[in-house]
Design a binder for this molecule. Structure first.
Ligand SMILES: [Mg+2]
Length: 268
């Protein structure tokens, strides 16, 4: 396959084409699927996978030593059907289900900020009588039944602590208790989970996506010294720093990135 055959020329407006990463061994690639790699279709079942796409993703994954994952609202099983027989690492259902490059599947891990939040609440409990902190894996509850007057202060403490966290946690006040638990999963959390482990560990994230649900991913990419590329030319607000016009442009860019990487001197 000659990847250069698909070059379609300059982008539609004056935004520059994002430069290619210099050394793929330093990068982890996170790709949304619908609207990013596949054109949006009238119905989700009607999407068309360009024939060169599965092979391209496979070659990219290899060039990245496996540090590539698809992050999508779709289920992993549906992604597998689309790219059959290839199986990629996937953060499915916005990260609620994860499959790593070695095929291992698991639910999303506990939120990375939870231990710090538990510590904040325990400090509050030490400073105030009648406060109990109950850490329970992916969630934490703080009870004030023994000192009901502290209800507002407890909730303020919890919200203050959660506000400092990366997205993905929800504050749920109850009867004499305030709970912090995982909110709806998002693509940013999925990326964080991948980035905690080899082969993603220690690499800078490069995230490409087209939609609101990709913004959490862009934020993680930006926060971690990586890059964020939004697909589409409408001028809506986005946290992404760079852009590509459409899925065809994404595929072309990824293909050229691969050629560029192959032309780089041998890594040592
Ligand atoms: Mg999309």
């Amino acid at each position: 396959m000659n990847l250069i055959d698909n070059v379609t020329g300059p982008l539609a407006d004056d935004e520059p084409t994002p430069p290619f990463p210099q050394d793929l061994t330093k990068w982890a690639l996170f790709l949304d699927v619908d609207g990013t790699l596949l054109d949006i279709a009238p119905s989700p079942d009607a999407v068309i996978v360009r024939p060169e796409l599965p092979g391209l993703l496979s070659s990219l994954s290899e060039a990245l030593d496996g540090a590539l994952a698809l992050v999508t609202g779709r289920e992993i099983a549906v992604i597998d059907r689309l790219f059959d027989p290839l199986k990629f690492a996937v953060g499915g259902i916005h990260g609620a289900e994860l499959r790593f490059p070695d095929g291992e599947r698991r639910g999303a891990p506990p939120h990375p900020d939870l231990p710090r939040i538990v510590e904040d609440l325990q400090a509050f409990a030490r400073a105030n009588e009648g406060i109990l902190v109950e850490a329970k894996g992916r969630a934490v509850a703080i009870h004030y039944r023994l000192n009901p007057e502290l209800g507002e202060a407890v909730e303020a403490c919890v919200r203050g602590s959660v506000e400092k966290a990366e997205s993905g946690l929800e504050v749920q006040p109850g009867k004499m208790v305030v709970e912090v638990r995982p909110g709806r999963a998002d693509k940013g959390q999925a990326m964080i989970a991948f980035l905690d482990e080899a082969p993603y560990l220690g690499r800078m994230p490069l995230m490409i996506g087209d939609d609101w649900t990709d913004e959490a991913g862009f934020r993680v990419a930006n926060d971690r010294g990586g890059r964020s590329i939004r697909v589409g030319r409408d001028k809506r607000l986005t946290e992404a720093h760079e852009s590509l016009a459409d899925p065809a442009a994404v595929i072309e860019w990824l293909s050229e990135m691969l050629i560029h990487a192959a032309l780089m001197p041998e890594k040592n």
